[in-house]
Design a protein around this ligand. Structure first.
Ligand SMILES: [Fe+2]
Length: 156
C-alpha cells in the first residue's frame, strides 16, 4: 500500500488510537498512537529544525497498522507506504530504524546519526500516559514535508 495524501495518513494514524501494538524492538506492547506521538515529540526536542526526522518518528508505526500483529518487515512496509507521500529521506529513515546491519560502513556519519536518533527515540517513547500532544498538531508538518517532496519530486 502506498499513501498519496496527508489525509490518508492522518486517517491511518487516527485509527490507531487505542490500538496496542508490539513495540518495534520487542518488549511490552505499547499504545501505537501514544508511541508515535512520543517518538515524534522526542525527536522534535533533539532536532527542532529537522521536520523530516520528526515525521519519520511519527509514521514509523504505520507498518504495524497496515498489518497488525505482524512485526516481520514492518519497517520496510512503513517505508514503502510513506515514501511516495513524504519522500525518500523519510522513507529510508523509517526503513533503517530497524536495520540490524546498519553498523556496516555503507552509510556516512550524518546518516548514521539520524538513524540512531530515531532508534533511540523509538526505544524511549514507551511511557504509558505521557502527554505528547495530539495528532492534529502534526498535520501542518506533514503537509509541509509532503509539499516539499512534491515540489522536489521531479529531481528525486
Ligand atoms: Fe516504535
Amino acid at each position: 500500500m502506498e499513501l498519496r495524501r496527508v489525509e490518508e495518513l492522518m486517517d491511518l494514524l487516527h485509527a490507531c488510537r487505542g490500538a496496542r501494538g508490539t513495540a518495534c524492538l520487542g518488549g511490552a506492547p505499547v499504545d501505537l498512537h501514544d508511541h508515535a506521538l512520543q517518538t515524534a515529540a522526542l525527536l522534535r526536542r533533539s532536532r527542532p529544525a529537522d521536520k523530516e526526522l520528526q515525521v519519520a518518528g511519527l509514521v514509523h508505526v504505520v507498518g504495524q497498522l497496515l498489518r497488525p500483529g505482524d512485526l516481520t518487515g514492518h519497517a520496510d512496509r512503513a517505508a514503502g507506504a510513506v515514501g511516495p507521500l513524504l519522500g525518500e529521506r523519510v522513507s529510508w529513515l523509517v526503513r533503517l530504524h530497524r536495520e540490524d546491519r546498519m553498523h556496516e560502513p555503507v552509510m556516512d556519519d550524518p546518516v548514521m546519526e539520524d538513524v540512531l536518533l530515531l532508534r533511540h527515540a523509538d526505544e524511549s517513547a514507551r511511557t504509558a500516559g505521557l502527554d505528547a500532544g495530539v495528532l492534529e498538531d502534526w498535520r501542518t508538518v506533514l503537509e509541509l514535508v509532503s509539499t516539499r517532496h512534491a515540489r522536489l519530486g521531479a529531481v528525486d
